[in-house]
Ligand binder design. Structure first.
Ligand code: BG6
Ligand code: MG
Length: 215
């Protein structure tokens, strides 16, 4: 029986995907990388900051040392944080607040499992922090999705067995991480049907049958 739901953050609870994209694009332009597209950005969904940087640098003729890559990733994060400065509850995706409240009413434990090291700041700025029991993010582990660690840490913090957990994800890497963690999954977002999740929905407002999932 499912008694715990672990939500990814970017693209599931909040619409930060576009802000990540714009920050990477700004960095790419500074590096004179012209071919960085939305399609490339889709491959950054769910993966860590350093792996996302590799997707950008694939399009560069120049090679970078590890130290230079760290500086570039930091720069992108500065641009991203700049764009987060004024965000508020308006970036919360449809159905997210209602779903979190419904789960609390039913006594379901609610966690977040995200690769993003900016997770705590985003949860605070949007007011979502008050609706989440425990958070596991890129600050808790260096192993990023599809490794299962971020979800296993969330389950441990919540005191739940993986078999009792459902993961809500918008990325293929995240769905694979849920599988490796031994958890069921609900795929959402523009590619929900292609992610390999146990259940699919366009977004959390899309008539997700929680009665069926929880029983
Ligand atoms: C994921 C995003 O949630 O977090 C990725 O989907 C991003 O695109 C990753 O690269 C890491 O985020 P951050 O905020 O730590 O750079
Ligand atoms: Mg995501």
């Amino acid at each position: 029986m499912i008694n715990t739901v672990i939500f990814d953050l970017d693209g599931v609870l909040v619409s930060t995907d576009e802000l990540h994209y714009l920050a990477w694009k700004r960095l790419a332009e500074e590096l004179n990388i012209t071919g960085f597209t939305k399609a490339d950005n889709e491959r950054q969904r769910g993966v860590s900051r350093m792996e996302s940087l590799e997707v950008v640098l694939e399009k560069s003729d120049k090679s970078y040392t590890d130290d230079e890559k760290k500086v570039l990733a930091e720069k992108k994060n500065d641009y991203y944080k700049e764009s987060l400065r004024d965000v508020d509850e308006s970036i919360i995706l449809p159905g997210a607040v209602e779903t979190l409240k419904l789960l609390h009413e039913r006594g379901v434990k609610v966690g977040v499992g995200s690769a993003s090291k900016n997770t705590p700041a985003i949860l605070d700025k949007t007011g979502l922090a008050g609706l989440i029991d425990k958070v596991s993010c890129g600050l808790d582990t260096d192993k990023s999705k599809p490794e299962p660690d971020v979800f296993l840490i969330a389950a441990e913090k919540l005191g739940s067995d993986p078999s009792e957990c459902l993961v809500v994800e918008d990325s293929a890497a995240g769905i694979e991480a849920a599988k490796r963690a031994g958890m069921k999954s609900l795929g959402v977002g523009p590619f929900n049907k292609t992610l390999g999740a146990s259940i699919c929905a366009d977004n959390l407002a899309d008539n997700v049958n929680w009665d069926r999932i929880l029983n």
